[in-house]
Design a protein. Structure first.
Length: 394
């Protein structure tokens, strides 16, 4: 209100100055009454009207109307309090690359969610984070979400394979060809319809997010300059049947082994390489024993931010809006960060001596297109048709 009074005062002074100036300029005619209206956005609704009569009898009416700014604060009844527990399997990874000081994508998702919810509800809702598998692995957390013992958790799409085939399309190499495709699809009606199917399991999908682009890493003397160079190579892949099958379409020999054994296997040449996203290539120091990094985006990992339907349904409607908006924002923020972090990780490993190659991905996608075609019924024609339409519009 003090700001409004100050503004009115300034306007009044300007009007008086204008009147006096006219007087000394020799004005002899009395001008008609004049009204000046000023609108200020923000604050409490109020109208202030001041009438001033100068020595030359010019009547000036100054009307200041203050229009309220729409409030974004939810209307939560007094006494309403909630404590929401959220978790992930990965450990925190402190860094200075974002305002949250966190480089682990899953932990980052939860930190953004916590910040948004607690800020928007003024402390009516407290969010407790359980990182580093405190509550078990992703399958354990999915069960806790279904029973209402956990509120939210980001999980890999593949972890839902034992419950539903609604999101299995995300596990097929070669289906999505860029991070842009993944992000645009995540905002599509098709993606929303697939997530809707999870509600029958007691889960709410707040959205898909990018987990990372997996490229090919190989040992000294075996750089990949084209997809043909993969022929006969022993490449470690994630222990997922569709990945093992897909790699065969590229002519490589898929090897399944525990992730913890990969560094030694590269060092002893038990394998020729593996596929992995840039941040993991950096953090695991694979560049020390496998310095060749071919940027062939054969697979883009996707995650889903899951919310317990049982807990969500018990929340006050205003709190429901807040937590859903926060979950969506956190999911998108994670995707944006992963995309930027990948670029940074590639720069770092290059500085540390990695040989970065950028083979033409077109021949690879042509081969994987056969793999996608062979599995189109499992993937779903709705997803395939959306991608075809999207690519045609580019």
């Amino acid at each position: 209100m003090s700001m409004q009074k100050s503004l009115v005062g300034v306007l009044v002074i300007l009007v008086i100055v204008a009147g006096v100036g006219g007087y000394f300029a020799g004005s002899s005619a009395v001008p008609p009454p004049k009204t000046v209206t000023t609108t200020i956005v923000g604050g409490t609704p109020v109208t202030v009207t001041t009438t001033i009569t100068t020595k030359i009898t010019e009547k000036v009416t100054v009307t200041v109307t203050v229009t309220p700014t729409p409030t974004l604060t939810p209307t939560i009844p007094p006494g309403v309090k909630y404590t929401l527990h959220v978790g992930c399997v990965t450990a925190p990874n402190p860094c200075d690359l974002n305002p949250y000081g966190e480089c682990d994508p899953h932990t980052l998702t939860l930190k953004v969610f916590k910040n948004e919810v607690e800020k928007a509800t003024g402390g009516a809702v407290e969010v407790v984070i359980h990182p580093a598998g405190e509550l078990g692995d992703e399958l354990d957390m999915i069960e806790m979400l279904r029973t209402g013992d956990l509120f939210m958790a980001p999980v890999a799409t593949s972890r839902l394979s034992g419950f539903t085939d609604a999101v299995l399309f995300a596990d097929y190499p070669g289906l999505f060809r860029s991070l842009e495709e993944v992000f645009k699809f995540s905002k599509s009606d098709i993606a929303a319809a697939r997530l809707k199917k999870l509600e029958g399991l007691g889960l709410i999908g707040a959205g898909f997010s990018v987990g990372g682009t997996r490229y090919f890493i190989t040992v000294p003397g075996k750089p990949i300059n084209s997809v043909d160079d993969l022929k006969g190579m022993k490449i470690r892949v994630m222990p997922t049947p569709v990945h093992i099958e897909a790699l065969k379409y590229l002519g490589a020999s898929p090897i399944s082994m525990p992730y913890t054994e990969v560094y030694t296997a590269l060092q002893t040449r038990a394998i020729d390489g593996l596929e992995n996203e840039p941040p993991s290539y950096l953090s695991m120091r694979f560049y020390e024993v496998a310095p060749n990094y071919a940027l062939l985006p054969w697979f883009i990992i996707q995650h889903i931010t899951l919310i317990s339907k049982k807990q969500y349904d018990q929340l006050h409607p205003e709190v429901q809006k807040v937590v859903m908006n926060a979950a969506v924002k956190a999911t998108d923020y994670k995707t944006e960060f992963v995309m930027k972090f990948e670029e940074k990780a590639i720069e770092i490993v290059k500085e540390r001596g990695a040989n970065i190659t950028k083979p033409d991905p077109t021949p690879m996608f042509e081969r994987l297109k056969q793999f996608v075609e062979a599995n189109k019924e499992k993937i779903g024609l709705d997803v395939i048709q959306w991608l075809e339409k999207f690519r045609a519009s580019k």
